[in-house]
Design a binder for this molecule. Structure first.
Ligand code: NIG
Ligand code: FE
Length: 405
């Protein structure tokens, strides 16, 4: 476990002491700031003068010389990290104007990724490399879904890879979700029923017992899975004390937000087409919205989630990457923030909350992540920039450096 101090930062963005959802409060930034981390946990934060008075002698110290920005690490509340292969062929079709649905009809889409997963000789090695991508982009905690296996043994392979990677790396926290209903359902109603029954009665209890996941998820959309199927899955998950997340209202307003609220979901994700009523329902149920603007961008769509309506409903929503090989081939939280600002009207300060503090609450890890304050993990970032508001502004700008590694 690391012990170190960082002193004389240009600006130190702490987000300390903030309640989620205070969208208009000024950002908590300390000029000439310092942080002391002991055994991996933050001991003190303040100005350099304040923290220097507390430091034990001989502690490894990074002196920023009055330059650079220090921030909390990103918390990415929605990724499909354990995928295999790529979908560059789908990308080429999209470049010619094909829609997500048309790409899928031509043999691409989620089905293509299922094929890649099953053909992958060394999934662990592939996922380890992808984990390196999110780490390099400044993510210190991420939700990671299966969903490219469809059948239990392949789904298990994805979640086992995550379990192994978590055991070998304590520098990124991984929160695993079994995405039980994702790929196109079998056309035959009997096999479709069988898939759900198997998930509920066998796969879910088995994964819960093996601690392969702490949540379950489903893609609720016309042509994919139904509200009633989500209800059955959620009921089974609750009995096993697993959390529920749902992909809802991505391509049309299906009342998915209201469904997520009814089922007491921990998060409701996508929500591009959610109405004010939907956001009100989420606020009443305490379900955290997770917006995925990268997928709107990469699918060449134009309808981004209504962030202002969500704020007015009092929601402390999160921004996430949706990192996957099809609709969101980007591990970058900074890019998701960029789109959140330009396409959804967030201020850079609001985007920072949605990329750190709020997703930490959404994943229930706010005691460890989401801000720089005593007691939390010292997973903090240094940026060669002058102002934290530059992070969502630059496109593919400088990479952060993890100070604790
Ligand atoms: O969150 N919407 C469904 N699932 C993913 C896309 C997965 C894929 O295309 O491989 C999403 O956008
Ligand atoms: Fe997704």
């Amino acid at each position: 476990m690391t012990s170190f101090a960082v002193v004389r930062t240009g600006q130190l963005l702490t987000l300390a002491g903030e309640e989620p959802g205070r969208w208009d409060a000024p950002l908590n930034v300390i000029a000439d700031g310092a942080v002391w981390v002991e055994d991996g946990r933050i001991r003190a934060v303040g100005t350099t003068t304040e923290v220097a008075a507390l430091l034990p002698s001989g502690i490894e110290t990074k002196d920023c010389g009055g330059k650079g920005v220090v921030t909390p690490g990103f918390v990415d509340a929605h990724t499909h990290l354990p995928f295999a292969g790529h979908r560059a062929e789908d990308f080429a079709l999209k470049c010619q104007g094909a829609s997500y649905q048309e790409v899928a009809a031509q043999g691409g889409g989620i089905r293509r990724s299922i094929g890649h997963l099953r053909a992958c000789a060394d999934l662990l090695q592939v996922v380890r490399r992808r984990l390196g991508w999110i780490r390099a982009a400044g993510t210190v905690a991420a939700e990671v879904k299966s969903g490219y296996g469809l059948e239990p043994e392949w789904e298990a392979l994805q979640l086992e890879a995550i379990q192994t990677l978590q055991a070998e790396s304590d520098d990124v926290y991984l929160s695993p979700t079994f995405l039980a209903l994702h790929g196109p359902p079998p056309g035959d109603p009997n096999s479709r029923r069988e898939l759900l029954e198997q998930a509920i009665h066998q796969t879910l209890p088995d994964f819960a017992r093996r601690k392969l996941c702490n949540a379950v998820d489903a893609f609720i959309e016309a042509g994919y899975y139904t509200q009633d199927e989500a209800r059955e899955l959620a009921r089974a998950a609750k009995q096993l004390s697993l959390k529920v997340r749902l992909h809802v209202d991505q391509f049309s307003d299906q009342g998915g937000a209201q469904l997520a609220a009814e089922l007491g979901c921990a998060t409701a994700d996508h929500l591009e087409h959610t109405s004010e009523l939907g956001f009100q329902a989420l606020a009443e149920s305490g379900t955290v919205p997770v917006f995925l603007p990268t997928s709107v961008h990469a699918l060449r769509l134009h309808k981004y989630p209504e962030a202002k309506a969500a704020m007015e409903a009092g929601l402390a929503f999160a921004l996430a990457t949706d990192f996957n090989p099809g609709s969101a081939p980007s591990p970058s939280m900074a890019f998701a923030m960029h789109l959140g600002c330009l396409r959804m009207g967030l201020s850079p300060a609001q985007a920072w909350r949605a990329a750190t503090l709020h997703p930490a609450h959404a994943l229930g890890i706010q005691r460890d992540f989401g801000s720089i304050e005593p007691g939390k993990r010292g997973a903090i970032l240094f940026w060669e920039l002058d102002d934290p508001e530059e992070v969502p502004y630059w496109i593919d700008g400088p990479r952060p450096v993890r100070l604790d590694l």
